[in-house]
Every structure is written in C-alpha cells, then in structure tokens.
Write a protein that binds this ligand. Structure first.
Ligand code: FE2
Length: 261
C-alpha cells in the first residue's frame, strides 16, 4: 500500500517522514520527453563517467567478452543483457542528448520547491538504466529522491517502518549496503510497482532496493541533499547533520563521488 500525494500542502506535510509515497502526476511541475532509453544507452555508454555492471551468474568468458564489448556491441544486443547502468553527471549532456532538461525539468522543479518554502544544498538528476532482470543493490542514499520512471517498469522496495529495520545512524555507517536485501518479512516491505510517468518520493537514509522487469527500464532520480523546509530537516537527515558536526571532515566525502546504487 502506498499513499498518493495530490496537493502541495500534503507534500509539505509528508516529506518529513517515511514511508515513501507517490506524487500525483498533476503535481509534477514539468513536462519533458527524453529520448528513448535505447538511444540514451547508445550515447551514454561512451561517456567516461558511466558506471556499468553486468549482472547474473555469467560464464566468466562471456562476462569478460561482454565487459569488453559493452561500448562497441550493437546497442540492441546490449539491451538484452542483464545489467545496470548509472550516470550521476547528466549536466554533461544538457547541450546535446538532454537538451532542454535544465530548462524544462530542473528549473521548474526547483521553482516548485522554492515556492513551497524548501531550501537545499544539492539538487541534481541521476540516471538509472537496466536491462532484463536488472536490479540495484540494497542501500541507503544520503539524499531525498524524486524517482521518475520514464520507460519500462520496475519495483521499488523499501520498508513501511524503516526505523525498525535500520536507524539513521546505522545507515550513515553504511551498514545497509549489499548486493541483495537481507532476509525480511514481505509484509514489512512497501513494494511499489512503477510504470512510465510514475513519480515516487524516496525518503533520505532509508534502506531500499529496486528490481527491474523483462525489458529495458529507465528512470531519473532528482536527488536532494540537505533538503530543509522553513529551516527544518527531516529527522533522519538531522541525524546526518549532527554526525557531520562531530566529524567535520566527512561532508566533503558524501557528494556524488560516493553515491551508492
Ligand atoms: Fe537509492
């Protein structure tokens, strides 16, 4: 079960606490059509900041052949492989592949946040692409995310009561990171099926994992670091701020260089 937030007023109430929720499509202050996932894959695989991971129990020979061929193989063939790909610096493509993204998505979204009393320290888009059977790791993010499913489908798994699974302090110590989620009672998991156009708010420092579908799946996560409203952080983010007060050398290590996925 997942709530759908339908008004800015509900959003300004609900963003402070888990669990995750849908944002109703009409609340989205932007309209933008990205190129098809296959086209994006074909361009972005050649960028030196792309992170590509082959998944599954592949024969070691096939694994190394595919790893070497990832940039040159026909893109239609790559799209059939079980893989995940992330790119955390989409601004590199604002002048060509993603022309208009800054003006049509990022500025309207930041304007929406600003108009409703929010401030932040980082707000940038992250790209997630996966092939058939692709999945993310089990992890937490040091940011709130607006997950925008663009093409294909996936299921976003998190917990109804993350505090019962992992404290913010444990998440900050990265105790959640692993290739697969730990054993859990399925009734405690909020499994959200996402199709094209769906928008999910993912709460900061809550453990989650994402499973893909049978086809290419593409989403963009608008990631927010240091999000506050009227000077107040969400409680889990406040734990992070308190941690940084005691470890002032660490905030510099938590930007996109160390984002987990
Ligand atoms: Fe994440």
């Amino acid at each position: 079960m997942i709530d759908t937030i339908a008004t800015p007023g509900e959003f300004t109430q609900r963003w402070m606490d888990p669990p995750n929720f849908y944002l109703a499509p009409h609340l989205r202050p932007f309209r933008f059509t990205l190129p098809r996932a296959l086209e994006i894959l074909d361009v972005i695989r050649n960028d030196d900041e792309v992170r590509f991971t082959l998944l599954g129990d592949l024969d070691p020979g096939i694994r190394s052949t595919r790893t070497r061929a990832f940039r040159q193989a026909p893109v239609e063939e790559v799209a059939q492989w079980p893989f995940r790909l992330v790119h955390f610096h989409l601004a590199r493509f604002y002048d060509d592949l993603l022309a208009g993204f800054q003006e049509e998505v990022m500025i309207p979204w930041r304007t929406f946040l600003s108009a409703h009393g929010f401030t932040w320290q980082r707000c940038s888009p992250l790209l997630f692409l996966s092939g058939p059977g692709g999945h993310s790791t089990y992890h937490t993010d040091q940011s709130h995310g607006l997950v925008w499913q663009i093409e294909g489908a996936k299921t976003f798994h998190s917990y109804y009561a993350p505090e019962e699974v992992m404290s913010a302090a444990a998440a900050i110590r990265c105790e959640s990171t692993g290739e697969h989620p730990p054993l859990h009672d399925a009734r405690t998991v909020q499994a959200v099926r996402m199709g094209p156009g769906d928008l999910l708010w993912s709460h900061v420092l809550t453990p989650h994992w994402v499973t893909g579908d049978t086809t290419l799946s593409m989403s963009v996560n608008l990631s927010h670091g240091g999000l506050a409203r009227q000077g107040r952080f969400a409680q889990r983010e406040q734990v992070l701020r308190d941690h940084w007060d005691k470890h002032p050398d660490e905030p510099w290590l938590t930007d996109l260089r160390n984002a987990r996925y």
